[in-house]
Design a binder for this molecule. Sequence first.
Ligand code: SAJ
Length: 434
Amino acid sequence: MNFKKICILGLGYIGLPTASTFAAHGVQVLGVDVNERIIETLRRGEIHIHEPGLRDTVRAALTSGHFTVSNQPDGADAFVIAVPTPFHQNKFGKFNGQEFKLADMRAVTTAAEAIVPFLRKGNLVILESTSPPRTTIDLVAPILARSGLQPGRDFHLAYSPERVLPGQILRELIENARVIGGITPQSAKAGADLYSIFVKGEIIQTDATTAEMVKLMENTYRDVNIAIANEFARLADKFGVDVWEAISLANHHPRVKILSPGPGVGGHCISVDPWFFVESAPELTPLIYSSRKVNDAQPHYVVRLVDRALGSLKDKRIAALGLAYKPDVDDLRESPAVEVVHLLQEQGAHVKAWEPFKAGATIEGVNLSSSLDDAIKDSDAILLLVRHTEFINLKPTDIASKIRARAIIDTVNGWNVKEWQDAGFTITRLGVRK
Ligand code: SAJ
């Protein structure tokens, strides 16, 4: 298929990089978002998210005239849906007395409905949003069929998951392998033609429901692996072992690859996607469910660790380093670090947080410092929550003279124990009790 014009619905972490990358490859792209502020920001040549290199790519695409933005779609050769699929905030499912979260598919429904008036024979529609299995066939196809055109016969329809890592989106978009699941083999082929415009990685064709499952399986595998690591950390603490050493030794086995424990699992993917499996089949997913519960409980475990290290939490002044959901990103979505801060405050601690990627911002319920020095200067303890490069490079000798705190709690294995001990600090580490 030949694609002259593409319409991309949803200009977030995935839609915007995808739109600007297509535009950079000479395709005419219309980017659509229902959020007027995003449209205005882009029209000013600014972007609303932090991702290395994205601002320049978007600006170049806008200036070239290949990328325009609007709050509604228009006719195109292909439509790509890249809208968010969060949880319902106040709606839960229940199975055997256990509650589980439910996907809020309203943005996908709205986007599919918005395409209907513009859908023409021979078009291609791709869903990229992470979704419960069978969404393409059971939710999107019937909506698009309201156009009077039949999916798979009159137009192509496929599911293609994004698998890019925040912080490396622009590179991974091009280099990663891409799975395209068509509702017919012809739809998969049309999808492969579309992404071959810029994808250098392998493009693999399959059916739509397989592609949906692949995406959920990848992130669920990671979540379950991290849950095991977090349980190992608790066990190591009980048995007087250093979990970081034990994992590194176990990983010498050629068929073992245990991930790292930490303060919990955040972000908008790994902490969300496994629930889509649980929601679709709670009776088949006890392991996936338990892993989510283990990882969601990890911030509480960290709070107990801090309590143990300091003797109590009441009125303790704690400097929390890092609020992002993972290293070297500014994204706070579902961040376990933010939850740790809230929980510590609930237990009577006074927390000052320092997040270098959010300098000058305001974050609800968090006392955000204006600098590292400000966060640590009057504290009783320093709590390391994120492995930002800036924190890992911090030397105890750089700060020892600026603070009276001598207690360090490291939840991410970020600091060299000996260095801190030599500088007079007491260091408590997650997953270590020696
Ligand atoms: N984490 C740990 N221990 C680890 C690794 C991660 O506790 O060993 C935590 C992180 O700190 C973070 C969370 O897990 O809070 C998730 O971080 P991540 O780097 O594992 O993943 P994401 O959410 O940034 O991106 C994932 C990626 N999926 C996989 O690696 C299978 C990415 O490729 C996907 O595109 C993305 O989800 C997505 O959009 O679904």
